[in-house]
Design a protein. Structure first.
Length: 480
């Protein structure tokens, strides 16, 4: 595999500009590989790029007669696309694939007129790229109705469950999370492509301040993925035969195995919001397919959009949170940068570079939507004795899908809080507290907190508490 990364902190750039920079760097690592590339795959780009980003990138790189595609939304897509490329190459359907992802959210949102704006490309009506991947919306309509729409609102649901099980208040959980995430900043500080290449203390991360306000209990701003970045990463996957033909086999890093699994699609329908059987099945499938265990892995990068994802991923993989290997290679989404759907592309590129230096095996995970779509890859400095293997997770997926719980549009009477998201406005006041609530018969509703009680929810974790529901669209809840 050949890799390239790019970051821009000063000038305005476009997402395709950055993807081109990263792709050129990857192609430069593998002279002659451009003649063998048969497909250009682009990870879904949140920045405005139109329907043909892969075709535009291929044209800039002078890659003719290639198929082009763009993925659906999801941070799982970089490892999924890499695994898909490996399967096609192993089956002899294609010789080499370029996979690129980029974001230019900083440039798109930059207000400063002093930044130089790149010259617009000539207008061209290019055919749209083929869209690949699962394109289902990741949010249940009842979640949306209750105010659970974006990641900063939904991920705190998982953290409320984890804090409750640990017996910690939100304040105690916040302090503990500072300790958990501070090592990520140490890794980011050594990564030249990181958005925040500087270490931070646990107190820097957990202390609430004017510049580190509460977003939703227990998360401060510095615990959230940083999406306003200009970053890109590209990877070239090819057959060993092509690498040998080009004299590149001496620098090769090998794909060993991969697996992809979804959790129950909608958060409110999941039996346990503190665990993720999807990650467990993806990690277990990838490791089993590689014929290795977690202790054989030297480098680990667990997807880290929010601290709960780290905790749930580690628990699912049987990895200690203080594992001496660390839990990130690139630095994590809050500190390296949450480059839209492409953080795992950076994690893979960094892992490959590290494996060239030190040898051994690496494991990279990615997730999409709300701990929903999962992909895992095992890569190695040496070829696998088994060759590339994609795990069959059909049985695990069927079991997960069967576990979904029914959710009602409304209800009244008693219930118990399953998970809660206490959200704050920019002035530091609690503004809403939507919750997933279990009814006595095991069915669920998604409810909003009674408006008169929202202010009193600041600092309170009511997971496990009895509540009284009042029917409505959506229903409301208040503690009893």
């Amino acid at each position: 595999m050949a890799v390239g990364q790019a970051v821009e902190r000063a000038e305005r750039v476009g997402a395709i500009d950055l993807a081109e920079r990263a792709s050129v760097a990857a192609l430069r690592e593998a002279p002659g590989i451009d003649r063998h590339i048969g497909r250009v795959s682009v990870v879904n780009i949140l920045t405005r790029v139109g329907p043909s980003p892969a075709r535009r990138l291929a044209r800039r790189l002078r890659l003719d007669d290639v198929t082009t595609e763009v993925s659906t939304i999801g941070g799982n897509t970089p490892p999924w696309l890499v695994g898909r490329a490996a399967s096609d190459i192993a089956a002899g359907r294609i010789d080499a694939v370029l996979i690129a992802g980029s974001e230019a959210q900083r440039s798109q949102n930059a207000p400063a007129p002093s930044l130089r704006t790149p010259t617009p490309e000539p207008h061209e009506d290019l055919p749209p790229d083929v869209v690949v991947g699962d394109d289902r919306l990741g949010i249940h309509p009842l979640e949306m109705a209750a105010g659970l729409v974006v990641p900063t609102q939904i991920y705190p649901l998982f953290e409320s469950v984890l804090a409750h099980r640990a017996g910690r208040t939100f304040a105690e959980q916040r302090e503990w999370l500072g300790e958990l995430m501070a090592p990520f900043t140490e890794v980011a500080a050594k990564n030249p492509y990181a958005w925040f290449p500087e270490p931070a203390s646990p107190q820097d991360i957990s202390s609430v301040s004017r510049t580190n306000r509460l977003i939703a209990e227990p998360y401060t701003k510095r615990m959230n993925a940083m999406v306003v970045v200009d970053q890109a990463a590209a990877l070239v996957v090819c057959s060993l035969a092509v690498a040998r033909e080009l004299g590149l086999d001496g620098q090769a890093v090998f794909l060993w195995s991969g697996a992809s699994v979804n959790d129950v699609w909608h958060v409110c329908e999941r039996p346990d919001l503190g665990r993720t059987p999807g990650i467990a099945a993806a990690l277990g499938g990838a490791l089993d397919a590689a014929r290795c265990g977690i202790d054989d892995i030297g480098l680990i990068d667990l997807y880290s959009c929010f601290p709960c994802a780290v905790q749930m991923g580690a628990q699912a993989g049987g990895i200690d949170l203080d594992d001496r290997r660390g839990l990130t290679v690139a630095g994590g989404l809050p500190y390296f940068g949450g480059a839209g759907n492409n953080y795992a592309g950076h994690a893979l590129a960094t892992t490959i570079e590290r494996l060239r230096e030190r040898g051994g095996l690496g494991l990279v995970t990615g997730l999409g939507w709300f701990v929903t779509k999962h992909s895992a890859l095992v890569v190695g400095a040496d070829p696998s004795p088994e060759g590339w293997r994609l795990a069959d997770t059909t049985a695990e997926q069927a079991a997960i899908d069967e576990s979904a719980l029914p959710v009602l549009p409304t209800a009244s009477g008693p219930g118990t809080v399953v998970a809660v998201s206490v959200q704050f406005d920019k002035h530091g006041s609690a503004s809403s507290a939507p919750a997933v609530v279990a009814l006595p018969d095991g069915r669920r509703v998604v409810a909003t907190c009674n408006p008169d009680d929202v202010a009193s929810m600041a600092g309170r974790n009511v997971v496990g508490c009895p509540v009284e529901l009042t029917a409505g669209q959506p229903p409301t809840w208040r503690t009893v």
